[in-house]
Design a protein around this ligand. Structure first.
Ligand code: C2E
Ligand code: CA
Ligand code: CA
Length: 705
C-alpha cells in the first residue's frame, strides 16, 4: 500500500516472540514494508527512527510492556500520530478497553485470524493514509493562507472580503487606510457602513459593487466617477475598482471580494502628461499638436456657421541674432515677455501656439469681417514694438506676420498653415516688421483700408474737418426752420471728401467718437455765430450708434451749450433706428435724459429700419425724418407714395413732427403738403453749404418771426 507521500506504507511489529513476528509478517505480507523489533526497550527508538504508519504492539513483553511502549509513543510529538494496534491473548473487554484508553486505534486478540487481522491492518493503513493526506493539505492550506495574507498586505490595492450578507470578513492595510477603518473594528460590519462611496458630481451615495456582485452573482466594476470618503479625514478620493463573488467547488457562493485603488493621483498624472504632450514647456502655450487640433476644430465650426477662420503666423524679426548675441537665457525671457504681452490683447476664443523657437501661430476663429484680423495684426505690431525690459535693460523686437483665411485661402488646416507661411515670407521680403495677407487682393484691400484709416486720423489731427449746413424748410411758407450739420473732410489738395466715404470706416474703427465730437463742437460754434447775427435757428447733428451709447456724450453737449450760451432747443440730435434698437434699454434712458434737458431727438432715415409703432411709443422722439429713398420716387412709385403717406399718418397720430428728406422738386413739395407733411429738406431748397455760404443763405432767406 502506498502512503500519502507516495511511498510504500511502513509497519513495525514489536513482539518478544520471534515466532509471532514471523507469523504476523507472513499474514500481512504485501500490505506494507514490514519491520520488527523483539526487544520492547528498543521499540520506541526504532519507531522514532522509522516513523511507521502502524505499530503492531504485543502487550505482554518482558522489562517493558506494550502499554508502557504505547505511553512513550503517545507522549512524543514525533510518534504520537502513529497508529498503534495492540495484540494480546487477553481478550476480556476490560483489557481491550484499557488498550484503547492508552491511545491505540485497535485491538487484535490471539489466536490471530489471518483474514480479520489482514483486513484490520489494511483499514488502519488506509485511515492512516487519509489522515496523513489531510494533514498534508492542512499544511498546504495554512501555507497558502499565509502566502495570501502576505500578498494582500503588501499589494498596492485595497482589498475587502465579505460573506454573502456583505458583512466584512477581511480587509487589508490599504483598505484600512483608505476607508479609515481598522480591520478589527470593521469585521462583522456591513460593507456599506465601512466603504462610503458616492458620486463625484452629485455627492449622492453610490451602490457598493459588492452588493451587486452578491445579488447578481457576477463580476461588477465600479461606476465611473466614484469617490470613497475616508471615515477619519472625511476626504474623498476618486477610486476605481471591481467586485467579484466567490464560490466553493460546488458552486455555492461564499461571499465576495472588492479590490479598489485611488485614481486621483493617476488622474492628476495623466492630466499632467497630456498637458506636457500638448504644450510648450517654456511658455506653456499649446504646441504644434494642440494647434492642429484646434485649427481643425475651428475650420469645422466655421464651415457649419458660415464664418471665417483667420490664421496669423508670427515670427520675431532677427531673433536668432538676438538670441546668439545676448544668450539663450535672455532670449527665453524675451520670448516669455512677448507671449505675456500678446496674451494681454487676446480674447479667450483666440489660440496662441508656439510652433518653433521664435515662431508662433494665432488662430482667430469665427471671423465675420476680415477687418477683425487685420485690426488684431495691427495691435500685435503696435504692442510688440514697445521695448521689452529685462534686468533693467531695454530690448527692441518687431514681428513679421503672415495671414491666411479659411475658407477663402485654403480648404483645410494644413494648407492654411502653408499659406500663412507664404504670406509670412512676403512680409519678410517687404522689409519685415509688418503683416501680409496670403491673398494679394485681400492684402490690397487691407492696405487701402489701412491707408484710409491713416488719412482719416491725419485729417482730424490737421483739423481738416468741416461742417456743411443744409436748411430745413417749412413747406407751406418756405420759412427756414433749422439746419442739418453734415460733415466733410477737406483733402490736402483742397477737394472735399463725402461722409459716405469715411463715416462707415470711422464707425468700424471707433474714430467716429472723436470725429463726432468735432462735428458737435463746430455745429455749436456755427449756431453761436448765427445767434450773434441775430438769427435763432436750431442745428441738427447726426449721432452715430457708438456715440449715442458713449456715456460722456451728455456731458459734452451740456458743456458746449453752456460755452456758447445756447438754449437746448437750439440743438437737435439725429439718430438712426438701428442705433436706437441696438441697445433698447440704454437708449430709452439716454433719450429721456436728452429730452429732459430740452434737446430734441429726430429719427433719421425713417422707414428703412424697423419703423415699428411699438418702439416709437417706447422711445419718445420729437421728429421723424422720412428717408429720401421714399420721397424721391413717391410720385412715380405707388408703394413709395403709400409708405410716405403711412409715415405721415403715423407722425400725425403720435404728434411727432415730420421732415421729408431729399425734396428735389416743386412736385415733391406739393405732394408732401397734400399728405400733411409740414417740413422738408433737399436740393430743391439748397444743397448742404459751407458755413460762410450758409450764413449768406440765412441772411437772404425767410426766417421765423
Ligand atoms: P443723412 O443724415 O441722411 O444726410 C442727408 C444726406 O442727403 C446728405 O448727404 C445730404 O447732402 C443728402 N441730401 C440732402 N438733400 C438731398 C437731395 O435732395 N437729394 C439727394 N440725392 N441727396 C440729398 P451727405 O452730407 O453726403 O451725408 C451722407 C450721410 O452721412 C448722412 O446722411 C449721414 O448719415 C452721414 N453723416 C453726415 N454727417 C455726419 C456726421 O456728422 N456724423 C455722422 N454720424 N454721420 C454723418
Ligand atoms: Ca441726418
Ligand atoms: Ca437721412
Amino acid at each position: 500500500m502506498v502512503n500519502g507521500s507516495g511511498c510504500m506504507s511502513t509497519l513495525l511489529i514489536v513482539d518478544d516472540q520471534p515466532a509471532n513476528i514471523a507469523l504476523l509478517s507472513e499474514m500481512l505480507h504485501g500490505l506494507a514494508e514490514i519491520y520488527f523489533v523483539d526487544d520492547s526497550t528498543k521499540a520506541f527508538n526504532r519507531a522514532l527512527e522509522l516513523q511507521p504508519d502502524i505499530i503492531l504492539l504485543d502487550i505482554e513483553m518482558p522489562v517493558m510492556s506494550g502499554f508502557e511502549v504505547c505511553k512513550l509513543l503517545k507522549n512524543d510529538p514525533v510518534t504520537t500520530s502513529i497508529s498503534v494496534i495492540f495484540i494480546s491473548a487477553h481478550t476480556e473487554a476490560e483489557f481491550e478497553f484499557n488498550s484503547l484508553a492508552y491511545g491505540a486505534v485497535d485491538f487484535i486478540g490471539r489466536p490471530l485470524n489471518r483474514a480479520i487481522c489482514r483486513l484490520r491492518v489494511q483499514n488502519h493503513l488506509l485511515l492512516q493514509q487519509q489522515a496523513k493526506a489531510l494533514q498534508q493539505s492542512r499544511k498546504h492550506i495554512a501555507a497558502e493562507k499565509q502566502r495570501l495574507q502576505v500578498t494582500l498586505n503588501c499589494i498596492g490595492d485595497a482589498v475587502i472580503a465579505t460573506d454573502t450578507d456583505a458583512i466584512i470578513t477581511f480587509m487589508n492595510p490599504i483598505a484600512e487606510s483608505m476607508t479609515g477603518w481598522q480591520q478589527s473594528h470593521a469585521l462583522g460590519k456591513s460593507i456599506t457602513e465601512v466603504m462610503l462611496l458616492r458620486d463625484v458630481e452629485s455627492k449622492q451615495p453610490s451602490t457598493n459593487p459588492i452588493i451587486l456582485a452578491l445579488r447578481e452573482q457576477r463580476i461588477v466594476a465600479m461606476a465611473l466617477d466614484c469617490e470613497l470618503v475616508n471615515r477619519n479625514t472625511l476626504l474623498a478620493a476618486a477610486v476605481e475598482d471591481s467586485a467579484a463573488p466567490i464560490f466553493d467547488v460546488d458552486g455555492i457562493m461564499l461571499g465576495a471580494i472588492i479590490v479598489f485603488h485611488d485614481v486621483g493621483e493617476a488622474k492628476a498624472l495623466a492630466t499632467k502628461m497630456s498637458f506636457l504632450a500638448n504644450h510648450d514647456q517654456l511658455t506653456g502655450l499649446p504646441n504644434r499638436i494642440l494647434l492642429h487640433d484646434r485649427l481643425e476644430q475651428a475650420c469645422r465650426m466655421a464651415m457649419m456657421i458660415d464664418r471665417k477662420v483667420g490664421l496669423i503666423l508670427l515670427d520675431i524679426d532677427q531673433f536668432k541674432y538676438l538670441n546668439d548675441s545676448l544668450g539663450h537665457q535672455l532670449g527665453d525671457e524675451l520670448l516669455q515677455l512677448l507671449v505675456k504681452r500678446l496674451q494681454s490683447i487676446l480674447e479667450p476664443e483666440h489660440t496662441l501656439a508656439r510652433i518653433g523657437g521664435d515662431e508662433f501661430v494665432l488662430i482667430f476663429p469665427d471671423i465675420s469681417q476680415v477687418e477683425q484680423i487685420s485690426n488684431l495684426a495691427q495691435s500685435i505690431s503696435r504692442i510688440s514694438r514697445q521695448p521689452f525690459e529685462v534686468n533693467g535693460k531695454k530690448y527692441n523686437m518687431s514681428l513679421s506676420m503672415g495671414i491666411s483665411l479659411y475658407p477663402s485661402d485654403a480648404g483645410g488646416a494644413e494648407t492654411l498653415l502653408r499659406h500663412a507661411d507664404v504670406a509670412l515670407f512676403k512680409a519678410k521680403q517687404e522689409g519685415r516688421n509688418r503683416f501680409c495677407f496670403f491673398s494679394d487682393e485681400m492684402g490690397q484691400r487691407m492696405l487701402q483700408r489701412h491707408q484710409r484709416e491713416q488719412s482719416l486720423r491725419e485729417a482730424i489731427a490737421a483739423d481738416r474737418i468741416e461742417v456743411h449746413l443744409q436748411p430745413k424748410i417749412s413747406l407751406a411758407d418756405g420759412v427756414i426752420i433749422g439746419a442739418e450739420a453734415l460733415v466733410r473732410i477737406r483733402n490736402k489738395n483742397g477737394s472735399l471728401i463725402s461722409p459716405v466715404d469715411f463715416i462707415p470706416l470711422a464707425e468700424e474703427t471707433g474714430i467716429i467718437i472723436p470725429l463726432g465730437k468735432i462735428v458737435l463742437v463746430k455745429a455749436c460754434q456755427q449756431n453761436a455765430r448765427w445767434q450773434k447775427a441775430g438769427i435763432k435757428l436750431p442745428v441738427s447733428v447726426n449721432i452715430a450708434a457708438a456715440q449715442f451709447t458713449d456715456p460722456s456724450l451728455l456731458g459734452l453737449i451740456e458743456h458746449l451749450l453752456q460755452e456758447h450760451q445756447l438754449t437746448p432747443a437750439m440743438l437737435e440730435l439725429e439718430v438712426t433706428e438701428t442705433a436706437l434698437i441696438s441697445n433698447p434699454g440704454q437708449t430709452a434712458k439716454t433719450l429721456s435724459q436728452f429730452r429732459a434737458q430740452g434737446i430734441s431727438i429726430a429719427i433719421d432715415d425713417f422707414g428703412t429700419g424697423y419703423s415699428s409703432l411699438a418702439y416709437l411709443k417706447q422711445f419718445k422722439v420729437d421728429v421723424l425724418k422720412i428717408d429720401m429713398s421714399f420721397v424721391k420716387d413717391m410720385l412715380t412709385d405707388k408703394n413709395d407714395y403709400a409708405i410716405v403717406k403711412t409715415i405721415v399718418l403715423l407722425g400725425q397720430s403720435m404728434q411727432i413732427a415730420l421732415v421729408a428728406e431729399g425734396v428735389e422738386t416743386a412736385e415733391h413739395e406739393a405732394a408732401l403738403l397734400e399728405l400733411g407733411c409740414c417740413y422738408g429738406q433737399g436740393y430743391y431748397y439748397s444743397k448742404p453749404l459751407p458755413a460762410n455760404d450758409f450764413m449768406q443763405y440765412l441772411v437772404a432767406g425767410k426766417l421765423p418771426a
